[in-house]
Design a protein around this ligand. Structure first.
Ligand code: FES
Ligand code: FES
Length: 173
């Protein structure tokens, strides 16, 4: 089977990987790059367990051909922790709120939630916005309440930090 040489950035590092043209991004991440934090659930777009970010936007990696990511920046759950120096505030909140049980859905949910908080740009998200952002990520264990509470908690902290920093700037002017 002929392979293509695919170049992309994964979690901030330039990578080149050889894969058949029909392989999905999920297959390349898990089976070529050993980034097994991205989960393979239904493999047909139903569960959201395979969610990663491409150029900051959540995408289902089981429905995305790896060639689609060529020249683009892919972030997996492994990169989420790296960005924040080891543990992203969302990961910390999931721990504090007991928002993961088996944890299979957690990587995808973290990437959907992080994209929402970035879109909010320091404004506190509503419960409805969190529910909408996570609508494509199924969880069989938790009943969702603690997941939503954990995301809201981080959203609140980020809004408080943004308001404090805006206040400091206004004070300095
Ligand atoms: S594994 Fe991709 S949506 Fe389920
Ligand atoms: S914690 Fe088990 S599927 Fe969500």
């Amino acid at each position: 089977m002929s392979h293509l040489l695919l170049s992309m950035t994964v979690n901030g590092e330039a990578v080149q990987v050889a894969a058949p043209a029909h392989h999905t991004l999920l297959e390349v991440l898990r089976y070529k790059l050993d980034l097994i934090g991205t989960k393979q659930g239904c493999d047909k777009g139903d569960c959201g367990a395979c969610t990663v970010q491409i150029d900051g936007v959540p995408q289902l990696s089981c429905l995305t051909l790896a060639v689609h990511a060529v020249g683009r920046a892919v972030t997996t759950v492994e990169g989420l922790g790296q960005q924040a120096g080891g543990c992203h505030p969302l990961q910390d909140a999931f721990d504090r709120w007991n928002a993961a049980q088996c944890g299979f859905c957690t990587p995808g949910i973290l990437l959907s939630a992080e994209a929402l908080l970035r879109r909010c740009a320091g404004r506190e998200p509503t419960r409805l916005q969190v529910c909408e952002a996570l609508a494509g990520n199924l969880c069989r264990c938790t009943g969702y309440t603690k997941i939503i509470d954990a995301v809201l908690d981080v959203g609140r902290q980020m809004a408080v930090a943004a308001a404090a920093s805006a206040g400091e700037v206004a004070h300095a002017e």
